[in-house]
Design a protein around this ligand. Sequence first.
Ligand code: NAD
Length: 480
Amino acid sequence: MQEFWQNYIDGAWCDGGAGRIDVQDPGTGGFLAEHALADASDVDRAVRAAERVHRSRVLTDMRPIERGRMVQEMGRWLLAHLDEIARVLTLEQGKPLWEAVIEVKGAALYFEYYGNQASTVEGKSIPLGAGYFDWTVNEPYGVSAQVIPWNYPLEMTARGISAALATGNTCVIKSPELTPLTNGYFARAAEAAGFPSGTVNVLCGLGRDAGAALVSHPGVRQIVFTGSVQTGIAIATAAAANVVPCVLELGGKSAAIVHEDADLDAFENDIRWGIYFNAGQVCSAMSRVIVHESLREELVERAAGIAQSLSVGPGIERAEEGANMGSMVSDGQRDRAAGMVQVAEAQGARVVTGGRKLNRPGAFLEPTVLDGVTSDMTIAQDEVFGPVLSVMSFHDEAEAIEIANSTNYGLVGGVFTRDLDRATRVAQRMRAGQVFVNEWFAGGVETPFGGYGKSGYGREKGREALWNYVQTKNIAVKLG
Ligand code: NAD
């Protein structure tokens, strides 16, 4: 493991004006590496470099299919370095190595998908009658600021910058303090793909310093943020002050409604992936299951069985896909999740299994199942961001929908039933940006993703995300 990692500004690796930050290995609790810490002047240099590249028009004027080829090349570069990147990701974030491999491949997929779309961002001609010729074009904003969370540092960055670059923008990435190491690989990928120096800048800094400086910088023309509601509000406020658009993806308290005719054998897999993948640190985690009262006992038993079947330990020792889970990202996040379980118990929920930290160094929390959760409990309203499943029950369909919609969030939802009419009806009534029927996480890079309510606004993924990165220009010509 490289001992010291630098920021990347205007094509050069550099130290940070704010010194260095220690990166921990949450799988052991030990020191992993140091990373340069940017200050506001580093941010300013990065934004100016990205502005310079944008103003040169080199990306704007390039034939989009060529730009798209470069974007795709970044994905191929990541895959060519998969083993190295996955290892670093596991060590800094805590997820099992096989999950890190999935994340690197997922990141590469964004570059393939959006690289392919570069030449499809078409305008249109609007008829104005004889004597006029009118058309619209979609132009890049310029500098796109990307503020990244620690749970999927690679996929979140890839999701934003692949679409930003495909549409001809330049990027300044503020990598997460807890997991900054792997973001440096995007700089190397952009270099290898031939993007001019200054197109992609990657810096780590504290949110309140470098993050705040970036989102309020007058040279930034568009902002993408994934993380907490509180920070999202601060960023939207900064964006409003400069009148720039932003996309906010702020997490959720997403619910699966399990009807009495659901296939519980299949649903076991949804529990496994929905709440224990990445130790539950997933914005679209299936953190609530709202089950028909007739199935509650059986479902709770099955969920507890899955939780207890997972071998929990250092991600780096978990190379094979299977019944295992890594650490959480930090002791702080683990303690916060464990504290929320205690509060839930005090408020009347029953801890069926888990809820305690493991008696070993590292940020480990036992896979947890809570039964008897009701909407008035804190655990039913607030995002845990950990491996904690809350089971609630319902009597009829209307009540199930009411419970599902009873939080301030609205990211995703799920309906599990063999009745297509019911699935369709319930999906239409769920307040969520994406609804999965009979498989949690159904969909992919091709399907639009984003929240209702406090889960944020704007959409990532799919063709819809491309429109975050372009502004419409209309050109009307009076013919002679
Ligand atoms: P956070 O929202 O504070 O941090 C996310 C990113 O925003 C980091 O890169 C951080 O440096 C940056 N940031 C913080 N303050 C900023 C500011 N004022 N201006 C600009 N950038 C700023 O999240 P956190 O503190 O790491 O985690 C807290 C909680 O947020 C978690 O427990 C979880 O519930 C939630 N969270 C959600 C997601 C998600 O994917 N939706 C991801 C991470 C965290």
